[in-house]
Design a protein around this ligand. Structure first.
Ligand SMILES: Cc1cc2nc3c(=O)[nH]c(=O)nc-3n(C[C@H](O)[C@H](O)[C@H](O)COP(=O)(O)O)c2cc1C
Length: 326
């Protein structure tokens, strides 16, 4: 079964996606990209749509609530190339983000209760791309109000090719029990392939999710601590070609750091007009958001996190990492 990396704002940038791909993720998603920002020419938003060599197929996720903005953004994402073909393998609409800032704009999980607008937004995407279009959503606004089958119908009518369903309700944000029964019910009712998502940490979690009949599984937060989760989950699959040997936390952090530096150089040379943080600041920022997590659970992790947070330069980061090498 395919295992894919979820879109995670602030996290699923090109270096992290590349790392997850190397650990067996079959496909990854960009961070959510604001259709309004693209439409109004906010240039830094385009950095979120950058990919780097060595990545597995990447889908671009858009969020918005305005058909013109979404149509424009679908065209823009479709026209991006890697030199040897389209940059993205799929365009996805976010109809599940519960953050107040996003919902206030009418986007994200606000769309859960508006299948008609979901239809129009997806149709605007389908009409403006030749890439497959998918919907990422939730089961409904709250327990007892399961509307995902209506959303699936809207997606199918609009010409979408698949669904990704976080098996929770908007009111749960990112915690609380999954409703796998509701997910199984959806899978039994819709003709669209469904990717199941929500708190997959172990092979047993994945098996339980797979038992609903989903066609693939999406992993988000677990990959932040442990990008090798893709290899572990796929280790159960005899056809898997994923690497079976996980790297040590030190090796993972060093490899990730190499990709971070490479990506910053790419951004700086591709967008000379834009403000790109200098290498030391860029590295320090990413060390704080990403690298310390690879040491969660090792002895002294809390103290190590403080040291990662205090890093100001690439050289300082290398010093901190060197202490973890043994
Ligand atoms: C920090 C964070 C950022 C997220 N960003 C996005 C996003 O940009 N787009 C989206 O559709 N979902 C986003 N999500 C939701 C995840 O894609 C996923 O649906 C959710 O975390 C449940 O999966 P998990 O338990 O495997 O993490 C985000 C979740 C978190 C915790």
């Amino acid at each position: 079964m395919k295992i894919v990396l979820a879109p995670l704002a602030e996290f699923t940038d090109a270096p992290f996606r590349r790392l997850c791909g190397e650990f067996g993720a079959d496909c990854t998603y960009t961070e959510m990209v604001s259709a309004a920002a693209l439409f109004h020419g906010h240039h830094p938003t385009r950095h979120l749509m950058e990919t780097m060599p060595g990545e597995v197929p990447v889908a671009c996720q858009l969020f918005g609530a305005n058909e013109d903005e979404i149509a424009y953004s679908a065209r823009e994402a479709t026209n991006l190339s890697n030199g040897d073909g389209p940059r993205f393998c799929e365009l996805n609409l976010n109809a599940g983000c519960p953050m107040p800032r996003i919902m206030r704009s009418g986007a994200g999980a606000k769309l859960v209760t508006n299948p008609e607008l979901v239809y129009r937004l997806l149709k605007a995407m389908v009409d403006n791309t030749n890439l497959p279009v998918t919907l990422k959503t939730r089961l409904g606004p709250r327990h007892g109000e399961n509307v995902v089958c209506e959303l699936a119908d809207a997606a199918e009518r609009a010409g979408a090719k698949g669904l990704i369903v976080h098996a929770r309700y908007t009111s749960q944000m990112h915690g609380g029990p999954l409703d796998l029964e509701a997910l199984a019910n959806l899978v039994g009712r819709t003709r669209l392939p469904v990717i199941g998502n929500g708190s997959i940490k172990t092979v047993a979690d994945a098996a339980e999710m797979a038992a609903t009949g989903v066609s693939a599984i999406m992993v988000g937060r677990s990959a932040l601590r442990d990008p090798a989760i893709f290899a572990r989950l796929k280790g159960q699959d005899p056809d898997s070609s994923a690497p079976s040997q996980a790297l040590s936390p030190y090796e993972t952090a060093v490899r990730h750091l190499g990709y971070i530096i490479e990506f910053r150089q790419m951004l700086a040379s591709k967008f000379p007009e834009d403000h790109i943080l200098d290498e030391d600041m860029f590295v320090a920022l990413k060390a704080r958001t990403h690298l310390f997590r690879y040491f969660s659970g090792v002895p002294g992790a809390a103290a190590l996190r403080k040291r990662f947070n205090a890093v100001r330069t690439r050289a300082e980061l290398m010093d901190v990492l060197a202490t973890t090498a043994g």
